[in-house]
Design a protein around this ligand. Structure first.
Ligand code: HEM
Length: 439
């Protein structure tokens, strides 16, 4: 357990995959089956999704820190209703509407790069957060840079609590008498920070909805709408909404950062992205090359399962070994989008397991794919990335709210700069942005 946590280069993920396509791990009182090849992930997570949709108990990360509000960390009884409302995010009609918002925010991203190239990484987060903010809470984002950094920080700590506490590896400890729960005070502090920050985003929106003056949003039109109303209480509704925002912003930010790192390592690839299939393939390669999820959340078996001569008892957690699966190809350390040009490049979830799979598959993967294609296409067209110091492509420092690795961004020409400014002015994102003193 300790080795997994202290392994930034993921050597252990690779070592564990040497035993074969599946590796059994006993971690605390839990049993995990690591799925180390694309074949078994597809057979088990995708094709046996109805059996593999549980989640192991996490009294700290799911209970104390998340107040049982993050669907990703709940058993089926806890996530079915949440998943029902979230489903609307995947519909084609919704995605078409979202595309316009993605374009607008991307126009702003290009302008932000022009005026504050040294804050390239902040622009990634603002972009990602603005899009999901508009979708989920409604209206354009008007948060300050500090407010955004606070959200990123609290989310990093809260998600970082997964697997951090011994209690989550030995969940039986939860049944001890309450006065022996010596860990509670520590995690409760994080929970309160998380809860209060969420409320500061949630309450104004709910008040606007109650007053009948809220713009269209997932919260107004699905979550709290009479026809589709979520059956949970106000606190649960808040966690559903904010979980989408956190899940959608952090991952997209990290993917854009990996793209920036890939531009330092393989600038030649980035000059050749004029064809859409190639861009789609590049998105998949960004997520394969430096996986955001070395392990995906465990999918727990809800009943016994037989698989190719093996017997798996109910209760074991099936975990995708993201590192092993992503490196199951020729020259895995080389960033090579062409490996994805197989006719399925426009489906980001085909053959790539970074969005998870089965009944719990990421609800935002189509949205993420569209946003990444749009931004990466525009960014490579308009900007050059160069190293501004030493860097290591395995050290992406996703947790940092400061510059994660040193990059110098330069606009490709005066002509490009002019077009970016014109586009931003035409779309009304230049004034709003640069009228404010900070991002
Ligand atoms: C590069 C971008 C993204 C990556 C790599 C990613 C990855 C993931 C993964 C691995 C899971 C867990 C799936 C499983 O257990 O099988 C997940 C769940 C989730 N994702 Fe994403 N995601 C991305 C973008 C987004 C976006 C843009 C949204 C917002 C709409 C989003 C919303 C969610 C939500 C709400 C869940 C929880 C679903 C549930 O509890 O059933 N994600 N994502």
């Amino acid at each position: 357990m300790h080795s997994i946590r202290k392994d930034p280069d993921h050597e252990m993920h690779r070592d564990l995959a040497k035993y074969g396509e599946m590796t059994t791990l006993h971690l605390g009182s839990k049993t995990w089956i690591l799925l180390n090849s694309q074949r078994v992930v597809s057979e088990i997570i995708a094709k046996k999704g109805s059996l593999t949709n549980g989640c192991s108990p996490m009294p700290v990360a799911s209970g104390i820190v998340s107040r049982y509000g993050r669907s990703l960390l709940l058993p089926p009884s806890g996530w079915t209703e949440k998943r029902r409302v979230m489903h609307s995010l995947l519909s084609g009609t919704a995605l078409r509407q979202y595309a316009a918002w993605q374009e607008l925010e991307s126009t702003q991203l290009l302008a932000e790069y022009l005026f504050q190239p040294e804050l390239w990484y902040r622009h990634h987060y603002r972009y990602a957060n603005s899009v999901v903010h508009r979708i989920v809470l409604g209206g354009r984002l008007v948060k300050t840079g500090k407010e955004l950094a606070d959200l990123q920080d609290v989310v990093t700590h809260s998600i970082g609590s997964i697997g951090s506490s011994m209690v989550d590896w030995f969940p039986e400890l939860e049944s001890l008498s309450k006065f022996l729960h010596l860990w509670r005070a520590h995690w409760e502090k994080l929970a309160v920070w998380n809860y209060n920050l969420y409320r500061s985003w949630w309450v104004p929106v709910r008040e606007q909805i109650n007053a009948g003056i809220a713009p269209p949003s997932f919260v107004r039109d699905v979550l709290l709408h009479d026809d589709t109303k979520f059956t949970g209480d106000d606190q649960e509704a808040m966690y559903v909404a904010m979980q989408i925002i956190e899940a959608g912003s952090d991952t997209t930010r990290e993917a854009l950062n990996i793209f920036a790192m890939a531009s330092l390592y393989h600038p030649d690839v980035m000059t050749d992205m004029d064809k859409m299939p190639y861009i789609c393939a590049s998105i998949k390669e960004v997520l394969r090359w430096r996986p955001i999820f070395p392990f995906t959340p465990d999918h727990v078996l809800t009943s016994d399962m037989e698989f190719e001569g093996y017997h798996f008892p109910a209760g074991v957690g099936l975990v995708i070994n993201g590192i092993a699966v992503c490196e199951e190809c020729e020259d895995p350390d080389i960033f090579n989008p062409e490996r994805w040009l197989d006719g399925h490049e426009t489906d980001a979830a085909h053959g790539l397991w970074q969005f998870g799979g089965g009944r719990h598959i990421c609800v935002g993967y189509r949205l993420a794919q569209r946003g990444l294609s749009l931004n990466i296409a525009c960014l490579v067209m308009c900007y050059d990335y160069a190293a501004a110091g030493s860097y290591n492509s395995h050290r992406l420092n996703h947790h940092s709210t400061d510059e994660p690795f040193p990059v110098k961004v330069t606009v490709r020409s005066e002509e490009h700069a002019k077009l970016i400014k014109e586009d931003a002015t035409r779309n009304g994102v230049l004034e709003t942005k640069w009228g404010r003193s900070e991002i």
